[in-house]
Design a protein around this ligand. Structure first.
Ligand code: SUG
Length: 445
């Protein structure tokens, strides 16, 4: 019998991690604009989280950061000369453009792609669509390199199938797995996908004050091209009130694992109807819904603490499920009290581990944003040649790499610094060798 597991692929925090406040509708990103970031600390916090999951018996993967500043975009905009000249000229002309091309936003790999695992697809392959992230300019430049990295890790063929990021700009706005939940009895069994969208592309959406980044049209296109089995894809609109309160992705207000769905009362307009629909689609597999009422956790607390942007996992070393939460949940009285009550209630979630990922949190990225879930069989895992699965040795190698190359202080006004670009490219060149993923970056090609 093949063994199946969920592997979490965490994004490494990049060397240009900074607080430029680029994400309209993301409350943390806006409110920390202009602050001092510590990329080294951010990367080490991420590695600690990966190590913690590994210590629980999980198989843990890592995805590399991307090349920033993104010189090839600047070249496409007419800047010429050496990379140093391109950067210096662009910085002189337009620092805001350079800031957009310098974000380390690829760390949030929940947004990298949507993955449909092989038990759910008609052709029995695992399908990947790199997200176009069209809603935010600074993120829209991620897709091509993301697709290359995923193809370098999961070779196209009998097991894995790759689809190009969707064309169509914001009308086909696709934010990847941050708006995608999979329900199943066990990872290797046929599952059901819930695609949550923020708006319909060709309607007014006058109820939104902040962008609804994911469109229905994009979600349904992804499900179609992945060949998700008939009746195994459901689509529901995110509550506009949640988006307007700062839940720019559904994973800020909901998380699932296997047959458990943990979400805020205000995540969906009609949660009772959704429960019925989900249960009907699941047939004999009984779903467990943990709906958190606003009277216990106000939506505002859920969004600032990131209670739902937690990883809900099934570690082999523990009884029941574990939530991997950001420390901010422990520091927010309403969310801490809720988690304590839930653990004492004899439900499916038995443990809560609080992690320090504050560097990422200040840009609106919690534990769940930092990981892409990929359900894989042992044979699938054996088909991966890239050294992206964390081992004791690899984690040490990555820590040494971070300590050698990363700065411990970075502000938006530093982003025009040519030596920062050089540090970044030198480090990434070395990283592609550590991870054995080939030349995936524009500056290497
Ligand atoms: O897209 N922040 C990211 C955070 C993404 C969180 N991901 C999930 N919820 N899955 C975003 O808004 C801010 C970057 C800056 O301002 O430099 C940023 O891109």
């Amino acid at each position: 019998m093949a063994k199946w597991q969920e592997v979490n692929f965490d994004g490494l925090v990049g060397l240009t991690h900074n607080y430029a406040g680029l994400s309209y509708g993301n409350v943390a990103s806006a409110s920390n604009k202009g602050g001092v970031a510590n990329p080294k600390e951010g990367a080490l916090q991420g590695l600690e989280k990966m190590q913690h999951l590994r210590s629980l018996g999980m198989i843990q993967g890592v995805l590399p950061p991307q090349d920033r500043p993104h010189i090839s975009t600047l070249k496409g905009l007419g800047y010429t000369g050496t990379d140093a000249e391109v950067l210096a000229n662009a910085w002189r002309d337009n620092p805001a453009l350079v800031a957009n091309l310098s974000s380390a936003s690829t760390m949030w790999t929940a947004n990298a792609a949507t993955v449909s695992p092989s038990p759910d697809t008609v052709d029995g392959r695992t399908h990947f669509t790199a997200a176009n992230l069209a809603a935010m300019y600074h993120r829209s430049i991620e897709a091509d390199t993301t697709a290359r990295i995923l193809e370098a890790i999961f070779p196209e063929g009998d097991r894995f199938a790759h689809h190009a990021p969707l064309d169509g700009g914001v009308h086909m706005g696709d934010e990847g797995a941050a708006n995608h939940n999979r329900f199943c009895a066990d990872y290797g069994e046929e599952g059901m996908a819930l695609y949550v969208y923020g708006r319909r592309a060709f309607e007014g959406n006058t109820d939104l004050t902040f962008p609804g980044r994911q469109t229905y049209e994009a979600s349904s296109a992804v499900a179609r091209q992945h060949g998700v089995k008939d009746g195994k894809a459901l689509f529901v609109r995110q509550n506009p009130a949640a988006i307007n309160a700062g839940a720019f992705h559904n994973d800020v207000v909901a998380v699932s694992n296997k047959n458990v769905f943990f979400y805020h009362e205000e995540a969906f307009v009609d949660p009772a109807a959704l429960q019925k629909e989900l249960q009907a689609a699941m047939g004999s597999v009984e779903l467990i819904f943990i709906e958190v009422p606003s009277s216990e956790v106000p939506l505002k607390d859920a969004i600032t603490s990131y209670l739902f942007n937690s990883q809900l996992i099934s570690p082999s070393t523990r009884d029941g499920m574990t939530l991997i939460l950001p420390k901010e949940v422990e520091e927010t009285p309403s969310t801490k009290a809720f988690v304590d009550r839930m653990l004492a209630s004899n439900g499916p979630i038995k443990n809560a581990d609080y992690m320090e990922v504050r560097q990422s949190m200040r840009n609106g990225g919690g534990p769940a944003c930092l990981r892409q879930r990929v359900v894989l069989s042992d044979d699938d895992l054996n088909a991966i040649d890239a050294k992206v699965i964390i081992t004791d040795e690899r984690i040490e190698e990555l820590k040494t790499w971070v300590n050698k190359h990363y700065r411990d202080r970075l502000m938006p006004e530093d982003l025009g610094d040519v030596s920062l670009m050089e540090e970044c490219f030198t480090a990434l060149d070395e990283l592609t060798q550590i991870l054995n993923i080939g030349s995936v970056y524009d500056f290497q090609r």
